[in-house]
Design a protein around this ligand. Structure first.
Ligand SMILES: NC(=O)N[C@@H](CC(=O)O)C(=O)O
Ligand SMILES: [Zn+2]
Length: 427
């Protein structure tokens, strides 16, 4: 079906301006005022904000293996609910996409069962453990869009060095979860005064930065496109800033929760505040904001990590790491950073759309221009709404942001010109 979107507001020359948008054959066919198209279904957007579809390089779909937490269908519906039209699916699922057959299966299933575009990460090592590297060229040919062992760091330096050399050859990004296992010591939240008050074991900043420093040296030597997942510390931002200045081919992402919360916001020993990396200090949080603003941090990715209520209702000592993020990322960021004038709307959309699309060289462009695929999100910037558990399309409800009042509700999400979500939509 073709659509004529009337009276939306688009960011044109950095300003929101009323403009119509015509979608035909899955593409943006025209932009302008007073457009008409008799054959298209007309939708009056009543001044709502028309954005390029958002791009999330980091989600966990749990399918196959843990479909009680999420499925390709529910995870992609959650993404569409958040205005995302492209998501990168992490490979910490069972069976592991570490071989041609399983990567092909995942690519086919993502296409058949997903309501948004899904890029499939293949692992860097077989079974996402051990030292055995995957067959990178074969997995690229099978449809992998990038490589990652997300969920764990690669502990052995020689393994990482060999992986980087091989991934540089195939020309895809290597996305690293940086975490030195020998420094974790059973930590469950950020090391510091809040962990001491709660009597919980801490995770130091060096767990992340020690491995990041190693990897940046290896990335410089190998020339790989090295992408750092969920950067969380001030020292990491500085290491990446210095590496970029030195010409290292490094990009990185930050999550909404690390931008919004610090460990001081953890009210009690509550599993919904447990994620990896943990919420850091206020000093770290401020450094992440500065890093985004000065271009050190390239983009925002949610690290949507659904778990069951029962798992997350436990103490932080027992609960698994991870919180959901797809459905509220835009609203939370818009409300807390754009309405408060810390970020402009243009900057936020750049970090959530154009920039991730550009650094991973995706087919979806993150731009609203004639001829581009009609991957589009429409947000209501004006009317406050409440994030509630019942409104979530994800199977997971594990987020500290339930019951938060925000603006920026998704009104429509179009993927390749078709409606993937519309306000009030259900599973
Ligand atoms: N972020 C998390 O706390 N958890 C993720 C893994 C990961 O992204 O590290 C998960 O798969 O649950
Ligand atoms: Zn991770």
């Amino acid at each position: 079906m073709d659509y004529l979107l009337k009276n939306g507001r688009l960011l044109i020359n950095d300003h929101l301006q009323i403009c119509d948008l015509l979608i035909t054959d899955g593409k943006i066919a025209a932009l302008g005022n007073d457009l008409t198209a008799a054959a298209a279904t007309t939708l009056d957007l009543q001044g709502n904000f028309v954005s390029p579809g958002l791009v999330d390089l980091h989600v966990h779909l749990r399918d196959p293996g843990q479909t009680y937490k999420e499925t390709i269908r529910t995870g992609s519906l959650a993404a569409a609910h958040g205005g995302f039209t492209f998501i990168g699916a992490m490979p910490n699922v069972t069976p592991v996409p570490d071989n041609v057959q399983q990567v092909q299966t995942m690519v086919q299933r993502n296409r058949a069962e997903g309501v948004v575009h899904i890029g499939q990460y293949a692992t860097i090592t077989t079974e996402r453990t051990g030292r055995q590297l995957v067959d990178f060229p074969a997995l690229k040919a099978a449809g992998a869009f990038a490589f990652s062992n997300d969920g764990s760091g690669i502990q052995n330096t020689a393994t990482m060095e060999q992986a980087m050399r091989a991934v540089a050859e195939v020309g895809l990004p290597l996305a690293a979860h940086v975490e030195d296992d020998s420094l974790i010591h059973g930590g469950v939240m950020n090391a510091g005064t809040r962990a001491e008050q709660l009597g919980l074991p801490g995770i130091s900043n060096t767990v992340e930065t020690a491995q990041l420093a190693r990897d940046l040296a290896l990335a410089q030597a190998t020339g790989v496109h090295y992408h750092v997942c969920h950067v969380s510390t001030a020292e990491s931002v500085q290491l990446i800033r210095d590496a970029k200045e030195a010409g290292v081919n490094v990009t990185c992402e930050v999550t909404p929760h690390h931008l919004l919360l610090s460990d001081q916001d953890i009210p009690a020993d509550d599993g919904n505040y447990k994620m990896n990396p943990p919420l850091r200090s206020e000093h770290d949080r401020q450094a992440l904001i500065v890093g985004l603003l000065d271009g050190t941090i390239d983009c925002i990715a949610t690290d949507h990590a659904p778990h069951s209520d029962a798992e997350k209702q436990q103490s932080m000592r027992q609960a698994p790491f991870g919180i959901i993020g797809s459905e509220m990322a835009f609203s939370l960021l818009y409300t807390n950073f754009v309405k408060t004038r810390i970020f402009t709307l243009k900057q936020l959309i750049n970090w959530l759309s154009q920039k991730p699309a550009q650094i991973f060289q995706l087919a979806t462009s993150g731009q609203l221009s004639v001829g581009q695929p009609a991957d589009i999100a429409v947000f209501d910037l004006d009317h406050p709404y409440q994030i509630t558990a019942v409104s979530l399309l994800s199977k997971g409800h594990n987020t500290p942001f339930i019951d938060t009042q925000v603006c920026g509700e998704t009104v429509y999400t179009f993927v390749a010109g078709q409606i993937a979500y519309q306000r009030g939509g259900t599973k």
